[in-house]
Write a protein of this length. Structure first.
Lengths: 81, 108
């Protein structure tokens, strides 16, 4: 699965999300900033993303998807996101 | 989902202050993410239990259905799901993990 495809799916699946995705060969990492994360725990934020790739994670097309999530305000105060 | 398996998983989660479901063992983790998570908890210096999910595929199936979390490792502290490698690492870097761990042990 191409990182661009993962990025597209995240940005389509989570309203207002902005994603940077890297990786290859079933191991990827993504930084995702979305207003939809507001008021959600880190676990819930990651679950929202995993839910978009349920099938790929079950059949190991994606073995690992390392995640870093933030709301837009967190992303502003934490440089580098 | 196997009921016996679910009971066993729940028992591990409630019986241990810290328990993590990993690939391999504490001494010989079979996946980089499990290894990194173990390293974080070794750093924190409190005892923790590991459960190897590799010998029986039903462990992972049952666990992931229970926690709604697709990946391994999975860490539980004080009976509560805390997250996988990314969340645990981030919490550790932000200084949030140590207080959670200490609270689990001071409750006894």
């Amino acid at each position: 699965m191409a990182p661009t495809e993962i990025k597209r799916r995240i940005e389509q699946g989570i309203p207002g999300a902005r994603a940077q995705v890297e990786g290859a060969e079933a191991h990827y990492s993504a930084v995702v900033v979305a207003p939809a994360f507001e008021g959600k725990s880190r676990i819930e934020q990651h679950q929202m993303i995993y839910a978009l790739f349920r099938e790929e994670m079950a059949n190991q097309t994606i073995h690992a998807l390392a995640l870093k999530t933030a709301t837009p305000s967190e992303a502003q105060s934490e440089k580098g996101l | 989902m196997s009921e016996d398996m679910l009971d066993q998983i729940k028992k591990e989660i409630t019986a241990n202050e810290i328990v993590m479901f990993i690939k391999g063992t504490k001494e010989m983790p079979m996946c980089g993410f499990s290894a990194r998570t173990i390293a974080v908890f070794k750093e924190l210096g409190r005892p923790f239990k590991t459960v190897d999910i590799l010998p029986d595929p039903r462990i992972r199936q049952t666990l992931s259905a229970f926690s709604n979390w697709p990946t391994i490792p999975q860490v539980f502290i004080n009976g509560k799901f805390v997250g996988g490698c990314d969340i645990v690492t981030e919490m550790y870097q932000k200084g949030e993990l140590k207080p959670l761990v200490e609270a689990a042990f001071s409750k006894k």
